[in-house]
Design a protein around this ligand. Structure first.
Ligand SMILES: [Zn+2]
Length: 500
């Protein structure tokens, strides 16, 4: 663990320890978010309430992630509830496994997160099954064991019965004496930050606020977004809380301005179209694809881009886009002004086409440019985008536009790395002759300026717990906050208990 500021921990007597926070993931790393909150009663031998903030998949290096994903460091039957911040896999992706291991409590989330979780988890179940099939085939001649997929599509389907939709701002009871509220996180559609009010001693088992006990307030940022992203509302401020569990993905980095994104997008399309080339955009099916289609629609309405076909080659993106249209409660004002007030669907216009079948996708290979092809996955590790990259990366008329975070050891990272001239795709080497452009203005995460402003505005803050960040991003953020504010800042390791 690392820490700055006041030392509020150590040998505190048990009766003064009513709340424990245990990060089971996303501790000094960016995936596997799962923070357990235990609420204790004075003198009791076990917690009176235990719940999870998110239950996500670990991602990254295959073997290491598989080991971390396979087991929970708690008994699933001991958990009373899950409060889910949003539908990204590193936050929701282990809920089917939780169900498979016997958890039957509620999963509270916003309505949009519930709908998105259904398609994202089913897709994840499919990937787990395929992944296992491939793994077992290649293990057949070795002595290693083939354990079956982490979970199946069917597991993903049945776990949805636990999900309970809640409106933003409505208070709901997590367990007796603990209530919560979702606020806009401005990260992806449906994403929420969480405010918790925890009674020291609940007055009754109804979960209503007690009259005698002190109320403690704990905040969880979830993944904090940025102001001015298309479609969704900007992040809310965190109301007064004593303790804040805060993400720190970009605690030491500043993003390009959101307003720049559309200008760069226009320039790169114009340039590629002039060459008669194809613009390949590897993009996550959830949010990034919809934001770019939204901007392309605005650019086309203003006739600021040439009339080139725009192909969204991702069945998952199509399903996610349908869900976007079902949740106007998440939209910002400009979404209404730009499109809905004119009865226009932002994701449908004359240039755009969504493909479904593999045949349609393959046919794009023989179709001459100019055209724009957007396909998953965002980091080029899976999905149809790899086929397009293989076919198009050696043609200097084409452009590859990276719009999201490319983690280390991914094909996406090697493509944007200027010191790498050849990349391996499907076991063959290809020369990077296409123009490569990186644009981080579409990032869905707060940068260091946003994070500083978010945390310093929290009234009454005493303890800041930094999660969801790698040390080189988290530590400078921790240092800044402990200098600017009178708070204890901690950067817990996985499974390290924080006692409030
Ligand atoms: Zn996220």
């Amino acid at each position: 663990m690392g820490g700055y500021g006041r030392q509020a921990r150590g040998c505190v007597p048990f009766y003064q320890m009513p709340i424990k926070i245990i990060p089971h993931g996303a501790a000094q790393e960016v995936t596997g978010t799962c923070h357990e909150i235990q609420v204790w009663k004075s003198g009791a031998s076990k917690p009176r309430c235990r719940f999870l903030l998110d239950c996500g998949l670990f991602q990254g290096q295959r073997t290491e992630a598989a080991i971390k994903n396979a087991s929970f460091n708690f008994q699933t039957a001991d958990i009373d509830a899950v409060v889910l911040s949003h539908a990204h896999m590193d936050h929701v992706g282990r809920i089917p496994l939780l169900y498979k291991r016997g958890y039957r409590g509620p999963v509270f989330c916003t309505y949009a997160t519930k709908d998105l979780s259904e398609v994202m988890l089913k897709d994840s179940g499919y990937i787990q099954e395929k992944d296992e099939e491939f793994f077992c085939k290649h293990l057949s001649k070795s002595m290693l064991k083939c354990d079956g997929p982490l979970y199946t599509q069917k597991d993903a389907e049945v776990c949805m019965r636990l999900f309970q939709g809640v409106n933003y701002l409505d208070w709901f009871t997590v367990c007796p004496g603990v209530r919560a509220q979702f606020l806009d996180a401005g990260h992806i559609i449906g994403a929420a930050m969480v405010v918790l009010e925890i009674e020291d001693e609940p007055a009754s088992s109804t979960g209503l606020r007690g009259s005698g006990g002190r109320t403690r307030r704990v905040g969880f940022s979830g993944d904090l977004g940025r102001p001015l992203l298309p479609i969704i509302r900007d992040p809310s401020s965190m109301p007064p809380v004593e303790t804040l569990i805060c993400e720190s993905t970009y605690g030491n980095r500043k993003h390009e301005d959101v307003a720049i994104a559309k200008i760069h997008l226009k320039e790169v399309i114009e340039r590629t179209a002039k060459r008669g080339g194809k613009l390949i955009i590897p993009a996550f099916s959830l949010e990034r694809t919809q934001e770019i289609v939204y901007d392309l629609h605005l650019l086309w309405d203003a006739r600021e881009i040439p009339a080139v076909p725009i192909i969204i080659d991702s069945p998952l993106a199509s399903r996610v886009t349908d869900i976007f249209m079902k949740h106007p409660e998440c939209y910002d004002r400009t979404m209404f002004e730009d499109f809905l007030s004119r009865a226009h669907n932002p994701f449908q216009f004359s240039l755009v086409r969504y493909t479904e079948s593999v045949e349609e996708s393959k046919a794009l290979n023989g179709t001459p440019g100019p055209m724009v092809i957007m396909a998953a996955s965002g980091m080029c590790e899976a999905g149809r985008v790899r086929h397009h990259l293989k076919n198009e990366i050696e043609n200097e008329r084409n452009t590859i536009l990276a719009v999201g975070y490319m983690a280390e050891n991914t094909l996406g990272r090697r493509i944007v790395d200027k010191t790498v001239y050849e990349v391996r795709i499907f076991d063959e080497m290809y020369r990077k002759k296409a123009e490569i452009v990186s644009l981080d203005a579409y990032s869905g995460h707060a940068d260091m300026i946003d994070l500083d402003s978010y945390v310093t505005r929290v009234e009454g803050l005493r303890t800041l717990i930094l999660v969801h960040g790698e040390p080189h991003q988290m530590e400078p953020f921790a240092k800044r906050m402990s200098e600017k504010m009178r708070v204890e800042v901690t950067m817990p390791m996985r499974e390290e208990e924080i006692v409030l």
